[in-house]
Design a protein around this ligand. Structure first.
Ligand code: FAD
Ligand code: SIN
Length: 535
C-alpha cells in the first residue's frame, strides 16, 4: 500500500481547502486530495458572489443584523461578528490573488467594487465577478496552489475514512485513507494535521443545484470517527433553480431578483407580497416555502421569473453565464420568463467546529460547507458561505500551524491492520445496479418526505427506509472492492440519516426546518443547536 507522509493533509479543493492550503504552505508540506478534477466543487458554480460591507452607507452592524435575522435565533453572534468584520480583508486577499471582480466605478479600488443585492440583505453588499464568481475565484486559487512548491495536489483521489487513534475523550486524527480512481488501490496519507473541506451534500436530494461531488463525504467520515455533527435539519432550498428537462437544476441567481426580477404564477400574479414585506427579496426559506405552497395549491410544476423590468443590454453584461446557458436551451432571458422551482442548495449544518475550524477530534479541522461554525443558524443569508469559507480558513490555518508546531517531531503511528487490509479483504464482484438503485431511491425519498415542508409521519417513514438502506450499504461496502460509487452511497445514506434524525428531534418549525405538526417556533425549548454524535 502506498503511504504518503506530509505535514498538512487537506481533503477537498474548493474555496475552503485551497484558501487554507495557501496559508499553511508557508509552514510545511501540504497534500491536497480531491476526488475529481481540481476545480470540480460547489465553489466553481457559485454565481451571486461574496457578501461583505463595501458601500459607505452600509455597516458591519447592518450585515450582522441581516445575518442574525435570516438565521432565526440560532446564529452564534460572536462567530457572525468575527466573520463579517473580516469580510473586507478577505476580499482584499482575493484581489491580491488576481480575482477579477466586477467594478461599478472606473477606477479599480475596493470602494468601487460593484455590489449586488440578494434575499434578506438590507443593503447592496454582494461582491461578484458578473454571474460566474465561483469559477473566477476557484481558477485563481488553483493557479496559486499550482505555483506553490510546498503544495502537492492529487486529483481523482477519494478520501474514504479518517485515521483516528484513541487518545483522550474523542481521539486524535492522523490522516486518512484514500482511493485512487486510476489504480483502484487504497493509499494512506499520514499527517499531524488534517482538514476536511469536502463541501456540501445537496446530492442527497433528487433536485439540487449541487454538482455530483456534493455527497456529504466529510460529514459522514467525521461522524463515523466520532465527531459531533450539528444542525443537519437545516438544508437550504434555493427558490429559483431552472425547471427544464435539460437544465439539471441550473441555478438562477438570487442576484437576478436583486436587479428587479419578480416571481409570478402561471396566471401572471406576483405573489410574494402575500408572504413577506421584502417580497421577492425575502430570506430564502420564506421564498422557497411560498413557491412550494403555491405549487401545491395550483398543481403547477413551476413558477416563473419575470425579468422584463431589466434592460436587455444590462442583463447580458450582468448575467452572461445565465444568458448563454439558457440561450442554449432556447430561453431568451431578454424576452422570455424563466420557469423555476426550489432545489436543495446548501447545508447550514455540518461538522461542529469553533471559529478556528477545530472539531472535537484532536488535530482534525473542518472548514467551509462541510462545517457548522454557528454562522448560519437556521437559515443562511445569501452569499455568506464563500465569505465564511475564506475567513474561517485563515483562522483555522493559524490554529493548525500551532497544532503542527506542538506535535513536532511527529511520530507517525502504525496504521491500523483493518484499514491496511480493506482492499485485500473485499474480493466480491462489482454489482453496480445495487448501488445506483439505492442512490436513486434515497434521493427520491429525501425529496418527497424530507423536503421544504415536513411532517412527523413522513419523517418516521423516511427513517425506517433509510435504516434499511444504511444496513444494506454498509454490507455492500465491506463485500465489494472499494469504489467511488459505493463509498459515496454509504456517505449519502449517513448524511440523509443525520438530516432525518435531526429533523425528528426538533419539535418546532424554525427557518429552513418546517414541520406541519409543529408549525410554530418554540424559543423556550428549541433555541439551540441540534447536536448528534455516534453512540
Ligand atoms: P466545495 O467548493 O464544494 O469543495 C469541496 C471539495 O471537496 C471539492 O473539491 C470536492 O471534489 C472535494 N471532495 C468532496 N468529497 C471528497 C472526498 N471524499 N475525497 C476527496 N475530495 C472530496 N455561496 C455564496 O456565498 N455565494 C454564492 O454566490 C453561491 N452560489 C452558489 C451557487 C451554486 C450553484 C451552488 C451549488 C452553491 C453556491 N453557493 C454560494 C454555496 C457555495 O458555493 C459553497 O457553500 C462553497 O463553495 C463551499 O465551498 P467548500 O470549499 O466548502 O466546498
Ligand atoms: C445565488 O447566486 O443565488 C446563490 C447565492 C448563495 O447561495 O449564496
Amino acid at each position: 500500500m502506498i503511504r504518503h507522509n506530509t505535514d498538512f493533509l487537506i481533503v477537498g479543493s474548493g474555496i475552503a481547502g485551497l484558501s487554507f492550503a495557501l496559508k499553511v504552505a508557508l509552514h510545511g508540506r501540504v497534500a491536497v486530495v480531491t476526488k475529481k478534477k481540481d476545480s470540480e466543487s460547489n465553489t466553481n458554480y457559485a454565481q451571486g458572489g461574496i457578501a461583505t460591507v463595501i458601500a459607505a452607507k452600509d455597516s458591519f452592524e447592518k450585515h450582522i443584523h441581516d445575518t442574525l435575522t435570516a438565521g432565526w435565533g440560532l446564529c452564534h453572534t460572536d462567530v457572525v461578528r468575527l466573520i463579517v468584520e473580516h469580510g473586507p480583508r478577505a476580499i482584499s486577499e482575493l484581489l491580491k490573488l488576481g480575482v477579477d471582480f466586477s467594478y461599478s466605478g472606473a477606477e479599480r479600488r475596493l470602494e468601487n467594487l460593484d455590489a449586488g443585492q440578494e434575499g434578506g440583505h438590507s443593503e447592496k453588499r454582494v461582491v461578484h465577478a458578473a454571474d460566474y464568481t465561483g469559477r473566477e475565484v476557484e481558477t485563481r486559487l488553483i493557479n496559486a496552489i499550482k505555483s506553490d512548491p510546498n503544495i502537492e495536489l492529487s486529483e481523482d483521489h477519494l478520501a474514504v475514512d479518517l485515521l483516528v487513534r484513541e487518545t483522550g475523550d474523542r481521539g486524535s486524527c492522523y490522516g486518512c485513507y484514500v482511493l485512487d480512481a486510476h489504480t483502484g488501490e487504497i493509499e494512506v496519507f499520514v499527517a499531524p494535521v488534517t482538514l476536511l473541506a469536502t463541501g456540501g451534500l445537496g446530492r442527497v436530494y433528487m433536485h439540487t443545484t449541487n454538482p455530483s461531488i456534493a455527497t456529504g463525504d466529510g460529514v459522514a467520515m467525521a461522524y463515523r470517527a466520532g465527531a459531533s455533527i450539528a444542525n443537519m435539519e437545516f438544508m437550504q432550498f434555493h427558490p429559483t433553480s431552472l425547471y427544464h428537462p435539460q437544465g439539471d437544476c441550473f441555478l438562477i441567481s438570487e442576484a437576478v431578483r436583486g436587479e428587479g426580477a419578480i416571481l409570478r404564477l402561471r396566471s401572471g400574479e406576483a405573489f410574494m407580497a402575500r408572504y413577506h414585506p421584502m417580497k421577492d427579496l425575502a430570506p430564502r426559506d420564506v421564498v422557497a416555502r411560498a413557491i412550494d405552497r403555491e405549487l401545491k395549491l395550483s398543481g403547477d410544476v413551476c413558477v416563473f421569473l419575470d425579468l422584463s423590468s431589466i434592460r436587455a443590454d444590462y442583463l447580458l453584461k450582468r448575467f452572461p453565464n445565465i444568458y448563454s446557458t439558457l440561450n442554449a436551451l432556447n430561453i431568451d432571458i431578454t424576452k422570455d420568463q424563466i420557469p423555476v422551482v426550489p432545489a436543495a442548495h446548501y447545508m447550514c449544518g455540518g461538522i461542529r467546529t469553533d471559529e478556528h475550524g477545530r472539531t472535537d477530534i484532536e488535530n482534525l479541522f473542518a472548514v467551509g460547507e462541510a462545517a457548522c461554525t454557528g454562522m448560519h443558524g437556521a437559515n443562511r443569508l445569501a452569499s455568506n458561505s464563500l465569505l465564511e469559507a475564506v475567513v474561517v480558513a485563515d483562522f483555522a490555518a493559524k490554529a493548525a500551524v500551532d497544532a503542527f508546531e506542538k506535535l513536532r517531531p511527529f511520530e507517525s503511528p502504525t496504521i491500523l491492520p483493518e484499514i491496511e487490509n480493506l482492499s485485500l479483504e473485499a474480493a466480491g464482484e462489482k454489482d453496480n445496479i445495487l448501488i445506483s438503485h439505492s442512490v436513486a431511491e434515497l434521493r427520491r425519498l429525501m425529496w418527497d418526505y424530507v423536503g421544504v415542508v415536513r411532517s412527523n409521519e413522513r419523517l418516521e417513514l423516511a427513517k425506517k427506509r433509510i435504516d434499511i438502506l444504511a444496513e444494506e450499504s454498509e454490507r455492500l461496502f465491506h463485500r465489494f472492492p472499494p469504489s467511488f460509487a459505493m463509498t459515496e452511497l454509504r456517505n449519502l445514506v449517513t448524511a440523509a440519516s443525520l438530516i432525518v434524525e435531526s429533523a425528528i428531534q426538533r419539535k418546532e418549525s424554525r427557518g429552513l426546518h418546517y414541520n406541519v405538526d409543529y408549525p410554530d417556533i418554540d424559543d423556550s425549548h428549541w433555541k439551540r443547536d441540534t447536536v448528534l454524535r455516534r453512540k
